[in-house]
Design a protein around this ligand. Structure first.
Ligand code: FMN
Length: 170
């Protein structure tokens, strides 16, 4: 296994964090990895925020339905997409995953928390003073892992095929 795929395979959502600091250069590096994600027609229809203020983290957590742990994160990256762009959701999802893996490469645990389609998307935009042409796609709370879960995954044979689905052999 190479280092890149090992990082991808060892990632798990982390929802409990130790109260450690994350150096600013790490946050910048993670945001930069988001910036370099692929986008349809290279439109890059996004805006990323890095929230470290404890009061704001608490307010963000309180707005969500399944993200109370955001209050204990060291940082929460917020990913907003420009709604007028056809593929903003796919583009912002690609950036989100890039940043999750970037955190993992720095030894920092994180968790994708839903934003798109959630009733709190608009209040989150208003809370963070983000212009109205953007909408919340995801939140990525992150920190030094205090606990790492290991949810079961489908086996590769259950969710992949080669050539035509149902053909015998590989
Ligand atoms: C689009 C999306 C939305 C998610 N929303 C939440 C969420 O609101 N709260 C949460 O705790 N986890 C959320 N997750 C994380 C999933 O629960 C997690 O990825 C899944 O259980 C598999 O675990 P793993 O990430 O450790 O592989 C979300 C993941 C995705 C991709």
């Amino acid at each position: 296994m190479n280092v890149g795929t090992m990082m991808i395979k060892s990632r798990r959502s982390v929802r409990k964090y130790k109260p450690s600091k994350i150096p600013p250069y790490v946050i910048q590096d993670v945001l930069d990895c988001g910036r370099l994600a692929p986008t349809a027609n290279n439109v890059q229809p996004w805006l990323f925020g890095a929230i470290t203020d404890k009061d704001l983290l608490r307010q963000i957590a309180d707005l969500t339905d399944h993200g109370q742990f955001i209050a204990e994160a060291t940082v929460c990256i917020v990913v907003f997409g420009r709604v007028g762009e056809k593929y903003y959701l796919e583009d912002c999802a690609a950036a989100t995953q890039n940043m999750i893996i970037a955190f993992q490469n720095h030894g920092i645990g994180s968790c994708w928390v839903a934003g798109d389609k959630k009733p709190y998307a608009e209040s989150m935009r208003e809370l963070l003073n983000v212009p109205s042409e953007y909408t919340l796609v995801s939140l990525i709370p992150a920190g030094d892992p205090a606990e790492i879960a290991n949810p079961p995954k489908k086996r590769l044979e259950e969710c992949s095929f080669q050539n035509r689905y149902g053909d015998a052999g590989a």
